[in-house]
Write a protein that binds this ligand. Sequence first.
Ligand code: G3I
Length: 303
Amino acid sequence: ASTLGAAAQQSGRYFGTAIASGKLGDSAYTSIANREFDMVTAENEMKIDATEPNRGQFNFTNGDRVFNWARQNGKRVRGHTLAWHSQQPGWMQSLSGSSLRQAMIDHINGVMAHYRGNIYAWDVVNEAFADGNSGGRRSSNLQSTGNDWIEVAFRTARNADPAAKLCYNDYNIDNWTWAKTQGVYNMVRDFKQRGVPIDCVGLQSHFNSNSPYNSNYRTTISSFAALGVDVQITELDIQGGSASTYASVVNDCLAVARCTGITVWGVRDSDSWLGSSASPLLFDGSGNKKGAYNSVLNALNAA
Ligand code: G3I
């Protein structure tokens, strides 16, 4: 196959990208995105601050721009994200305790109702674990509502849209030896044992010199999968853009049946949150395919 999406489909997987609503008027951007990718994540437009700027008043204008572009072009959509310590609107940042807990539940219900039946997978909870060696939860206003906030979010989400896969999504859980990875693994194992609804783990996979790709990534993917969840690589970018590292990431996913797809976090280097100089993506700022693109395509085609 000659595009990333078609090549991934040969093994029943998808290859996606983050899309920014503000770039949908850029035809160079949309033509690459439409040609190459078959899954879309809104880079910012479905987050809490965007979708519920005032309590109880939902705004899906930009979320729907991304969603409609994807669906009009035959692509599936990953929902990102419902419960997160970051990008909360001011009104939510100022809540605590039971009123914050209720606001989280209401937010999940409001956003999932709008997209009900139309989302492949939701990142229900994003980045809830701490960096470093604790393996424990990140401190946040949501965590302060009680340790059960994550399972409450997942149970709420299952009821709100039974058709969507429900994912826990985080960064720095790619390296199997890291405490954060083990903390998330233990939570997912506990959820599966107790029947808390969870269908997938999202490995963001933002690789850089502080959190580099490690060959134990395949062990991470297969270990999560062995718990009975899908694994999705949800926000892939590699600082420096190494073609061989990109190939390793793809091959590690392809080696695990339940690794169902890969999403890169932007189209061109110039679209990346890291900035062009990091060279983290598959297309350069002029829209040319990079070495990393060819290596990803070849790996997908060899599967
Ligand atoms: O839209 C406003 C614009 O009106 C304003 O003039 C400008 C001034 O700063 O800000 C613009 O908003 C920015 C927005 O991106 C859109 O470009 C925000 O400041 C900026 O904070 C925001 O950054 C996003 C970041 O999440 C926020 O947490 C990045 O685009 C987005 O790529 C990044 O994505 C996250 C994932 O959601 C979760 N995992 C990590 C990943 C990378 O940080």
